[in-house]
Design a binder for this molecule. Structure first.
Ligand SMILES: *Cc1c(COP(=O)(O)O)cnc(C)c1O
Length: 376
């Protein structure tokens, strides 16, 4: 059994994907081919924002967003403590200070109450300038934007939505990657919409920021690549990856997002009452980058993982360590409370095999085994 079965997806889309790849190779337009522009238009249209600017990966997407806001030394950026390393890494890379914030027990996403406390904490300390909020749409579920936006407005802070895992999710029909002043996503193969290598994208309604991003991703180009008006980077999405994403985006819209939600409902029915299953609040839709259950203790979680592994069922622990405990942030980050929920989640979460092609019989087998192990 696969944790995320990319081969099953390829089998389903083989003809379209192979054709797209062959076209790029025939045309030899490997960099900035027309497939890149076409994909950007389709992505902006799907998400419901004015501009999509693709780039080399989801981490660069975050970094470029911070560059657009000129964030650097002396600035404080608020980041959930329970997320993938890159969400905080980019803040330190920019020379700013990540302020780690606890998450909600039910949604695993940034806690609005803890966020407000952290902003006030920085203001009271008076050493750093609060500059931005990075909210993460963890495991495919959009963060609580109605509440986060209220706080952002109150303190006049822009929101950077890290939608690396959130693409396809929504709140009352409004799509993930449209909630931030700038939003980003990743096309790493295992993400909800993945390519066959690294890839990323940035979304914004601001024409000025989109223009800046299109320049900075190609060495700060002006009228051409050889007219350089600012210091930039080299961070483009390959034409091949864009071409592969075109049929994948279509399948994602046509049936994959729906299929993965059916898979999650089935899991929840099978596992309800046995372990704590994910909570999706009213109006929210997840794109299920992960389906993560909560076991009663670390000992139990580790036992479930070991026993499933013996039976050939792969699981993952997202995430093992709170961000503020990562060695890389030692002495380089700030937090204002104990970050208890994150600590608890790191001890007790377990992500199960999850993808649109997961078969019902496999889910029944997984659930049955979990029930047996938990009861022991
Ligand atoms: C995967 C991921 C990223 C980074 O994306 P890459 O394309 O791997 O650079 C950033 N944030 C979160 C929350 C992620 O899951």
């Amino acid at each position: 059994m696969q944790f995320r079965d990319l081969k099953a997806q390829y089998t389903a889309l083989k003809e379209e994907i192979d054709n797209e790849i062959a076209t790029v190779i025939n045309d030899c337009n490997f960099i900035s081919g027309m497939q890149v522009t076409k994909l950007e238009e389709q992505l902006a249209d799907y998400v419901g924002v004015k501009h999509c600017v693709t780039c080399a990966n989801g981490t660069d997407a975050l970094m470029l967003a911070l560059m657009a806001w000129n964030i650097g030394p002396g600035d404080a950026v608020f980041v959930p403590d329970f997320t993938f390393f890159a969400s905080g890494e980019v803040v330190s890379y920019a020379g700013a200070t990540p302020i780690f914030v606890d998450v909600c027990e039910n949604t695993f996403n940034i806690s609005p109450e803890s966020l407000e406390k952290a902003i006030l904490g920085v203001k009271n300390q008076g050493e750093l300038q609060p500059k931005a909020i990075i909210s993460v749409d963890l495991f495919g579920l959009p963060a609580d934007y109605p509440k986060i936006k209220e706080i952002a407005r109150k303190f006049n802070l822009p929101i950077l939505e890290d939608g690396a895992q959130g693409f396809g999710g929504s709140i009352y029909g409004k799509k993930a990657c449209s909630f931030g002043d700038i939003s980003t996503t990743s096309f790493f193969p295992a993400k909800p919409l993945g390519c066959y290598g690294d890839g990323g994208a940035i979304f914004t309604d601001s024409t000025e920021i989109a223009y800046y991003l299109k320049s900075v991703r190609v060495h700060g180009k002006g009228t051409s690549k050889y007219d350089n008006v600012r210091i930039g980077v080299n961070s483009r999405l390959d034409t091949l990856q864009a071409a592969i994403l075109l049929p994948k985006l279509k399948a994602f819209q046509d049936y994959e997002l729906e299929a993965v939600n059916e898979v999650s409902e089935r899991y929840t029915k099978l596992l309800g009452g046995i372990v704590k299953t994910p909570v999706i609040e009213e109006g929210f839709l997840s794109s299920w980058a992960q389906y993560s259950i909560l076991l009663e203790s670390e000992e139990c979680r580790d036992r479930v993982q070991d026993e499933l592994k013996k039976d050939g069922i792969p699981t993952m622990i997202y995430y093992q360590k709170p961000m503020h405990q990562q060695k890389a942030f030692s002495g380089k980050c700030i937090y204002f409370e104990e970050l208890k929920i994150t600590k608890m989640l790191c001890e007790r979460v377990l992500s199960l095999p999850m993808h649109p092609y997961l078969r019902e019989e496999d889910q029944i087998e997984i659930a049955k085994k979990i029930a047996d192990i938990v009861k022991k």
